[in-house]
Design a protein around this ligand. Structure first.
Ligand SMILES: Cc1ncc(COP(=O)(O)O)c(C=O)c1O
Length: 381
């Protein structure tokens, strides 16, 4: 069996689904683009999505000529409610994108049954949620399709990488046809990725963390290394020329290895997530709702702080690798969101959260995290 098929089979085995339901891509966004296309999304179709996401999500919609229709989030769960989504539906709605945020899902069943009744497709954006469960069912199994990311920092990493799960088998033929057009990653792409995975595994220690991250972000923006996003994806809505790329052997090998330790990683994250939650609740700080704790596998634990820039400085001083994701409703774009059709004044919750959110790493010893929170508790909302 070739390495790509082995990796597909391991993912399927983990999620108790069939191998043919799984396909692999260079990044998660390519998986999203593929399934939107397989659903026949095109010019004039509307796709409903949260106004609190990564810019590459509306990009995939816009590259197909479709229209992103944004919905504000519920600020405690960082996801959209079924009621909010229902208000955004029109006769042109073709797809609802349900996002799992940092491991949290919300009202997925309600949204899916509402969509089914109206003949609208659903896709779960599970880029943060591989291996987690929502009400006893693995994330990604309820919608017509779902996509995952195995980019740095995700529950398991292949450097960068994406997967698509097709639950509605009517879509399989179109997905398979599209897959045959994927661009093959070049030897250079694979070599650079291999070096980055190696450097991250062996060189990314506490004292080198910030230097490495800054250098990586700068080099990837300049297009020198394979990065999370190219400058063109962050600056506008035109599809980069080598966007539609498949997964490489290097990524498949890294994925097979990482998947074998995933259960342990998730159980550790859950223990840390609950400890952080209890500490925040005891201090009367904002927490995710307690009923989320039992089911979810947190990628990161989100908290809100009064002054994010200052809080990030404290974290760097205390050597806590705090995440600064979702600093904009369309992360990480801080300029006008007009090219993506998002008018910020319509989405007050997304704007507020993106101004105050930081996320806590759950893969470091939890006592270090709690000591850090204790030190700076007055700055937490
Ligand atoms: C919510 C969300 N959706 C989609 C993506 C895209 O994933 P990828 O970087 O694998 O394309 C990301 C990136 O992290 C994300 O945070």
């Amino acid at each position: 069996m070739n390495v790509e098929l082995t990796y597909q089979a391991r993912i399927a085995e983990y999620l108790h689904i069939d191998t043919e339901q799984v396909s692999l891509y260079w990044k998660g966004r390519v998986a999203l683009y593929t399934v939107l296309k397989a659903m026949g999304v095109g010019s004039g179709d509307e796709v409903v999505l949260p106004a609190f996401t990564c810019v590459v999500v509306p990009n995939a919609i816009l590259y197909l000529g479709a229209i992103p229709i944004y919905v504000d989030i519920n600020p405690t769960v960082l996801c959209c409610s079924a009621e909010q989504i229902e208000q955004a539906l029109t006769p042109k709605t073709k797809v609802i994108l349900i996002q799992n945020m940092l491991g949290l899902s919300f009202e997925v069943e309600e949204i899916v049954s509402m969509a089914k009744a109206k003949g609208i497709y659903t896709i779960e954006d599970c880029t943060h949620g591989f291996g987690g469960k929502h009400q006893g069912v693995f994330n990604g199994l309820r919608c017509d399709a779902s996509f995952f990311s195995s980019q740095w920092n995700k529950p398991f990493s292949t450097g960068i990488g994406g997967m698509l799960l097709i639950n509605n088998r009517d879509l399989l033929q179109s997905v398979n046809l599209l897959k045959s057009h994927l661009i093959k990653p070049s030897a250079k792409d694979q070599f650079i990725l291999f070096i980055l995975i190696w450097a991250r595994t062996y060189l990314l220690k506490g004292f080198t963390y910030w230097t490495f991250i800054r250098m990586y972000r700068w080099l990837s923006k300049k297009g020198v290394v394979v990065g999370s996003s190219s400058a063109s994806e962050l600056e506008g809505i035109h599809m980069p020329k080598d966007y539609f790329k498949g997964m490489s052997t290097v990524q498949c090998r890294a994925g097979i290895k990482a998947l074998s330790t995933l259960d342990h990683v998730i159980s550790q994250r859950k223990i840390s997530g609950v400890s952080v939650h209890d500490w925040l609740a005891n201090q009367s700080k904002t927490t995710v709702p307690a009923e989320h704790l039992a089911h979810h596998a947190f990628l990161k634990y989100p908290i809100l702080v009064k002054d994010r820039a200052l809080f990030l400085q404290h974290a760097e001083k205390e050597k806590i690798p705090l995440g600064d994701w979702f600093i904009s409703p369309l992360h990480p774009v801080l300029d006008s969101l007009e090219p993506w059709g998002l008018e910020v004044s319509n989405f007050p919750n997304a704007v507020y959260v993106s101004k105050h959110i930081v996320n806590l790493p759950l893969d470091i010893p939890v006592h270090r995290l709690i000591n850090f929170l204790e030190l700076y508790k007055n700055e937490i909302i």
